[in-house]
Design a protein around this ligand. Structure first.
Ligand SMILES: O=C(O)[C@H]1O[C@H](OP(=O)(O)OP(=O)(O)OC[C@H]2O[C@@H](n3ccc(=O)[nH]c3=O)[C@H](O)[C@@H]2O)[C@H](O)[C@@H](O)[C@H]1O
Length: 434
């Protein structure tokens, strides 16, 4: 015996009783004509498409960008702010698009350029790789010097085109990147997104611009990877990176070379050596050590194989800024226009280091002295997470070509950093900074 309708669709108190045959009649009515079926199919496709685009937006937002700000690009006020920020106020001045302007190096370079009368427009996506409130504070500092920072991503091709429509940038100082050596194991795609895809989007814009700007960009000492010949020279091999971060910076050097070769873009890549100083990055060791020492929390000090201390050629921010500005001033012109090369353009790579490596335990001692407090140290063997045992720059090329000459040793630089840190966070900084 076939089951009763009520058994298939049991009615419950308060629910509408739906009869099987009534429902199938309704469904039949809906699908009787082909045109109605066609409309239904269209509706379902549109629904799926909008679901997928929302998903991919959410996906890219969380995995790559970690956006915290809403963006409004355009409008008369916005355009006016950009034009005014880009205004050159000295003879033979330059107008520079600084990507990563709310970052550590970006803020300092933007200020230096603006102070001498150059035009500066910043671009930054304010991601939350580390506390975005620090980026906002840097941005407020820039704002007080009439530097406008556009809230946007280097992967946004339309935004880049808009900026170049508004301003004929003579130079691009490209500092936007996913930084940090060890974080690459946690979020590898963010490195590809910013350091590879973002770089290509920016270069595509620069190559099509008329006039083409000259580009100075941040590579990294990490490209020397596992090399053991010291000090590191620009002509040394760079084919054994120890981290994905290093690999994406190495990729950047290769990618910029092709844009120089094919389109005549003037390119200068700067291999920064562990840059530190006021307004620095909270994810870096000197910064997080300072916070933990002040809070009485332990710090982890990595040690290399055979109990050898790790060492870095720590370089003070003011020295790096001088190297960046000198690179802009000596960049030479890009030769192409509208995507066509008209002749050979400069392609340069420089080490910007300090030439005197200091061990990590020595760094800790200097901080202890400045903070007047002992660190609680956990010394552990360096995990295999992308770190290299030491870095040491040979800077003779930068010295010759840029007049680069670092003048700040680690004790002096850390004293300035601690002074800034205490004025910014106070002694009992209890909020997490990373
Ligand atoms: O020159 C670069 O191209 C890179 O410099 C910087 O990387 P690094 O030199 O690795 O700096 P940083 O993290 O401050 O670690 C310093 C030392 O402390 C050790 N270290 C670190 C953390 C920790 O908890 N304990 C520890 O001993 C650690 O083992 C290391 O020996 C930039 O972050 C990077 O973005 C890139 O620009």
């Amino acid at each position: 015996m076939p089951p009763l309708e009520e058994e298939l669709f049991p009615s419950t108190p308060g629910k509408i009783k739906i009869h099987h045959h009534t429902m199938s009649r309704a469904i039949q009515r809906c699908f009787t004509s082909t045109s109605t079926m066609f409309l239904w199919a269209l509706f379902l496709i549109a629904l799926m498409a909008s679901y997928m685009s929302i998903q991919s937006f959410v996906d890219s937002g969380s995995r790559y960008l970690h956006h915290t700000n809403s963006r409004v690009h355009g409008g008369l006020v916005w355009e006016k702010q950009i034009r005014s920020s880009a205004q050159i106020r000295r003879s033979n001045g330059i107008s520079v698009l600084v990507t990563g302007a709310a970052g550590f190096v970006g803020t300092h370079v933007s200020l230096a350029l603006k102070k001498r009368g150059d035009g500066v427009v910043g671009l930054d996506n304010f991601n939350d790789y580390y506390d975005p409130s620090l980026k906002k504070a840097r941005c407020a500092l820039l704002d007080s010097h009439n530097i406008f920072v556009v809230d946007g991503d280097i992967n946004d091709q339309r935004l880049l085109a808009k900026l170049f429509d508004l301003v004929a940038f003579t130079h691009v100082m490209h500092l936007a990147a996913q930084a940090g050596v060890r974080y690459a194991m946690e979020n590898p795609h963010s490195y590809v997104h910013s350091n590879v895809a973002g770089l290509v989007t920016l270069l595509e814009q620069c190559k099509s611009a008329d006039p083409q700007p000259a580009i100075v960009w941040a590579s990294s000492s990490s490209v020397y990877g596992l090399n053991d010949k010291t000090p590191f020279s620009e002509s040394d091999r760079t084919d054994q990176p120890a981290s994905l971060y290093a690999a994406t910076k190495k990729a950047g050097e290769a990618i910029t070379h092709t844009y120089n070769h094919i389109y005549g873009l003037s390119i200068t890549g700067l291999r920064f050596f562990t840059v530190y100083g006021p307004w620095g990055r909270p994810d870096m060791a000197y910064f997080s050590f300072t916070r933990n020492i002040l809070q009485g929390k332990p710090i982890t000090v990595y040690r290399g194989k055979n109990r050898v201390d790790l060492a870095r050629d720590f370089t003070y921010i003011d020295d790096i800024v001088k190297g960046c500005v000198a690179s802009l001033d000596t960049s030479g012109k890009s030769t192409g226009s509208g995507g066509k090369k008209k002749g050979a353009a400069p392609y340069r790579i420089f080490n910007l280091g300090n030439t005197s490596p200091v061990t990590v335990p020595a760094l800790v001692s200097i901080l202890e002295k400045n903070l007047k407090k002992k660190a609680k140290k956990n010394v552990v063997e360096m995990p295999g997470n992308g770190d290299v045992p030491f870095t040491h720059a040979n800077i003779s090329l930068a010295q010759r070509e840029l007049g680069y000459k670092p003048t700040t040793d680690l004790p002096t630089g850390l004293r300035k950093f601690v002074k800034w840190y205490l004025s910014y966070y106070g002694y009992d900084h209890s909020l997490p900074v990373n």
